[in-house]
Write a protein that binds this ligand. Sequence first.
Ligand SMILES: Cc1ncc(COP(=O)(O)O)c(C=O)c1O
Length: 344
Amino acid sequence: MRYEIDLRSDTLTEPTDEMRRAMASANVGDDVFGEDPTVNRLQEMAAAKLGKQAALLMTSGTQANLAAILTHCGRGDEVILDANAHTYCYEAAGPSVLGGVSMRPIEGRDGFLTPEQAKAAIRPDNDHFPRSRLLEIENTHNRGGGSVLSIERTSALCAAAHENGLSVHLDGARIFNAAVALGVDARALARDVDSVSFCLSKGLSAPVGSLLCGNADFIKQARRWRKALGGGLRQAGVIAAAGIVAIGTMIERLAEDHENARFLAAELSAIPGISLKANPPPTNMVYIKLAEGRTDSAAVVARLSENGVGALTTAPDTIRFVCHRHIRREHVGRAAKAVRTAIG
Ligand SMILES: Cc1ncc(COP(=O)(O)O)c(C=O)c1O
């Protein structure tokens, strides 16, 4: 890790010893032929975990969301999503670049639209407009502050989409953080959506990979898109083996990351000159906002890095801290002290 206390992202987590052993001894085959037993097992586990018929190993969350959107939408179709959605902000406009799919960003609250907002964004059938085809939701919501969407709110959004002929894709990169925070089964959070992606390589600590889950026909079509996107891998069992360990051993421990985030937020809340997006934070992310007239976030982050603390600027006045497996309670206390010094 680049910094002694690296709070930039949970993607920095490194594989556990058990993952490395599993990778070294994985049974493999050619997954483009569908013959890698370890990939097949991971896909079965993932589908069962999310309550869907089938799943597909993808190289990244970005690729999983892109393949999902390309499967749901054709050229001239439109995806309705929150203006801060990862897909809209950070996935290089892949759906537009590669699929001719238009994106309709709507300003939600903490990353979530209301069903009324979603309905209002659906276009009438008219030659002038793109065709509203898909609603995308993100849970937990990264730029929303690691915010969590409940089962009830997910159902209400899905109903708004389905009643109007739209499908729903859930970017569940951190769906297990949401499930652990709510104390519910991830299946319940994915029950009403048509497809869901989740990442192995964030808080779950695997080195690579995401899963896209949906019904059998959807996954069959997504598999073709995965091939077109260059995501058809051969002996991918070496990756899948770490994913199996991730799903089997890393989900419950996310609660520790949430607890550390709460501790960090409590410590930071005592520092003058900053405010917290949410206190307590909903999951493993803590976003702080610098008071007006303070030095900019890049300068604060630079000073933190001189003291061995990694953090990420997400806007000129906003800094993100993410707790993960390599962050322990004592790190959090030290990080908070470094923030106090850096703010000045
Ligand atoms: C909410 C969300 N979705 C998707 C992704 C993309 O995942 P990847 O970095 O594996 O492409 C990320 C990455 O941080 C994310 O936070």
